[in-house]
Design a protein around this ligand. Sequence first.
Ligand SMILES: Nc1ncnc2c1ncn2[C@@H]1O[C@H](COP(=O)(O)OP(=O)(O)OP(=O)(O)O)[C@@H](O)[C@H]1O
Length: 215
Amino acid sequence: MMDAHLVAARPGFRLDVRVTARAGEVVALAGPGGAGKTTALRVLAGVDPPCGGHFTLDGVPMDAWPAGRRPVAMVTPDPLLFPHLTVLENVAFGPRCHGASRAAARRCAAVWLEQVGLPEHHHTRPRDLTPGQSHRVALARALAVRPRLLLLDGPLTDGALPRPRTRSVLRHHLAAFPGVCVLTVTDPADAASLATRTLLLHDGACLREETVRPS
Ligand SMILES: Nc1ncnc2c1ncn2[C@@H]1O[C@H](COP(=O)(O)OP(=O)(O)OP(=O)(O)O)[C@@H](O)[C@H]1O
């Protein structure tokens, strides 16, 4: 269960949005550019400081937890893979940071690369991946740490894969994901194919909340 009241301030902009979700729910933050979608994810991830509100996951207050210690994984539009590591090492990095042995982390990474359809790319360097493959590696890297909250910023906007293909890959993983997922979309129609619930944001506030389908 996630319970968040996200309050953040930037010059000329204030975010003030309440987001609650149960495990298994996929919440889409929809809205035009500048609505505050990415800022909301960044506050949840712990990379942008809030200036009020609260955030609990399964009853545990997260506000004081640094980004690296939160059971939260975020996939950004730029996949931000480590260029000097292979694909397998990129995905194994998270489990290693969470205390897995080198061998266990590599086994875990191999499983997730298989899951995202890239089993033959263990030794590939990020520079040799297509943009679509890079995004799938980033998704594998996020899922490999078994986060309780998965944040996907603009998963349909990269244009690297045909959108129906990206949608079906994401739908498959989100259906099996046991935690809460919060993702961002510009077009609310995109939310319908992925989310169980949509919050329509405008200028930092939630204009409307819609249940798309029961989780
Ligand atoms: N690093 C930053 N420094 C200052 N202001 C910022 C920064 N990042 C975003 N903003 C401002 O915060 C507001 C919300 O931006 P945000 O990126 O959260 O919106 P968004 O809904 O995700 O937009 P988009 O769909 O274009 O990514 C905007 O007014 C934006 O200009």
